[in-house]
Design a binder for this molecule. Structure first.
Ligand code: PGA
Length: 251
C-alpha cells in the first residue's frame, strides 16, 4: 500500500477558493507519484471537486458521514450518497466532531459500519485530549476509542482501514508530537487492533497516519518513521506551496 496524505480543508473555504485550490493542486502535484493524496473539501463541493480531478490519481474524501443508512435524518448525508459523489475515503471521528458536535464512540462505530457497507475506506481519527495526556491517560483513551470504533464492524478484517492518530492538543494548535515519540502510541494501536482482529490484519490492511500541526518543515520526520504510513494535514493543506512541500518530502 502507498503512503497516504490527506488534506482536510474543514469549513475554511468558499466555492471559488475550493475550486481554485483544486486546479492549482492538479498542476502542482503532477510530479508526486509515490504518495497517494486525498482531498477532503466541504461536502457541498465534493461533486465539483470530483469533476475537476477527473482521471488524475488524486482522491476524494468526505469529512463526515451519517451514522444511519437512510431515512428521516434532516441535514445528514449518508455513506451511499457520499459514495455516489465519487469519494474513496471518509474522515470519521475527527476530534473537532467528537468535542464540538458531541460525537460519541458509539456514533463513530456506526459511521465506520456505514462506510464499509458502501465500499468507502474510513479514516478513523483517535487521540487523547490535553487533560488525558496530563493525567497519564493517553493510552487508555486511545484504546477505548479504538475498541469502540472497530469492534463489531461488518467489513473488517477483509477491508482496508486508515487510522489517523491525532492528539487533540496538537490539532490546529501549532504544537505537535515529535515523530520519535510516536513509537509508544504505535505499539498501543497495533496491540489493540491486533487483539481485536490479528497482527496480519494490522500489517496488511491498516495504514497509520499522524496528524496535528504538520507543516513542510517537520513533515520529513513523519514520512521516514517506520511505524507511520502517512500524514493528515489541516491548516497547511490550504497553502499550495506548503502542501506541495509536505508531499514532496514523502516522495
Ligand atoms: P492541523 O489539522 O494540521 O491544522 O493541526 C489537522 C486535522 O485536521 O486533524
Amino acid at each position: 500500500m502507498k503512503k497516504l496524505l490527506i488534506a482536510n480543508w474543514k469549513m475554511e473555504l468558499n466555492e471559488a477558493e475550493t475550486l481554485d485550490l483544486v486546479l492549482n493542486y492538479k498542476k502542482r502535484l503532477k510530479k508526486i507519484t509515490q504518495v497517494e493524496i486525498a482531498f477532503a473539501p466541504s461536502c457541498v463541493y465534493l461533486k465539483e471537486v470530483k469533476n475537476l480531478l477527473g482521471r488524475t490519481h488524486l482522491q476524494l474524501a468526505a469529512q463526515n458521514v451519517a451514522a444511519q443508512a437512510k431515512g428521516k435524518y434532516t441535514g445528514e448525508i449518508s455513506a451511499a450518497q457520499i459514495k455516489e459523489l465519487g469519494c474513496s475515503y471518509v474522515i470519521v471521528g475527527h476530534s473537532e466532531r467528537r468535542i464540538k458536535m458531541n460525537e460519541t464512540d458509539d456514533m463513530v462505530n456506526r459511521k465506520i459500519n456505514q462506510c464499509y457497507h458502501n465500499d468507502l475506506i474510513p479514516i478513523l481519527c483517535i487521540g487523547e485530549t490535553l487533560e488525558e495526556k496530563n493525567s497519564g491517560r493517553s493510552d487508555s483513551a486511545i484504546v477505548r476509542q479504538l475498541q469502540a470504533a472497530i469492534s463489531k464492524v461488518d467489513g473488517l478484517p477483509e477491508n482496508e482501514l486508515v487510522i489517523a492518530y491525532e492528539p487533540v492538543w496538537a490539532v490546529g494548535t501549532g504544537q505537535f508530537l515529535e515523530a520519535e515519540n510516536i513509537f509508544a502510541f504505535h505499539r498501543t494501536i497495533k496491540r489493540t487492533v491486533s487483539s481485536l482482529y490479528s497482527e496480519k490484519f494490522y500489517n496488511d490492511k491498516v495504514r497509520l497516519l499522524y496528524g496535528g500541526s504538520i507543516n513542510s518543515i517537520i513533515a520529513k520526520d513523519y514520512w521516514v518513521s517506520e511505524v507511520l504510513d502517512g500524514i493528515l494535514v489541516g491548516g497547511a493543506s490550504l497553502d499550495i506551496e506548503e502542501m506541495y512541500n509536505v508531499a514532496l518530502e514523502g516522495e
